[in-house]
Ligand binder design. Sequence first.
Ligand SMILES: [Zn+2]
Length: 270
Amino acid sequence: MISAGKELKKAVKERYAIGHFNIFNLETFQAVVNASNRTKMPVFMGTSNKTLDYAGVSNILGLYNSLPKTSKVILHLDHGSYENAKKCIRLGYPSVMFDGSSMPLNKNIKLTKKLVSMGNKKGVFVEGEVGILSADGLTNPSDAKVFVEKTGVDSLAVSIGNQHGYYKYMPVLDFQRLMDIRKVVNVPIVLHGASGLIESDIKTAIMYGVAKINIDTELRWNFTNSVSSYLSEHAPSKLNKDSFDARNYLGIARSSVEGKVFDFIRLFQR
Ligand SMILES: [Zn+2]
């Protein structure tokens, strides 16, 4: 298995970004694996607290551990609670994110630091976050500096105008802030909420040192929209067993998500 730390360092040096794609079921798991295989590029496979509850952490790990050694997929806990981060480190995740961004900075530092020390013992990569993903929660560069120095975290998620979900209005990313953070922080920077950003903003963010880019919303939309379009054209009928074979529409949704992941991986390259 590849190392998250080494891969991100290489990305920073060579100015490209590694995609992080959230999964929630078998089909999205396969979609991310297939896109990574086809592009021969490393990817982070994101699993949120909600996905752990929905799919079951042992099922996820079972699937992940069945991948061949040559796989470039890095299983990752996305926006983990403290408890889930601890659990995933213990159970053998190679990479976790603890999201203490809504806590006071000191508490975020204290908990992140504990997880970093647990992670270090097992070679687990730990991502932290400073700044809340909203227009009034932008990351303060000096907070980011203190956070990284005190916690020893491996990568840092920042808020520079990026947000989760689709954007109602195209955001103006604060690239000056990103550069200011970059100057005082020596770990790879992570950009969350990249679904729906324009390509040139993504390219600029990478140029200024973003090395990991998270995509969730766009994949969920694609999955749901594929199922919805299929079913609106092929209404299930009890007289036609092919019409209620879930593998038909889930297979289409899987291909659609795979295509999206493939396109994003390409976009994040130089
Ligand atoms: Zn996120």
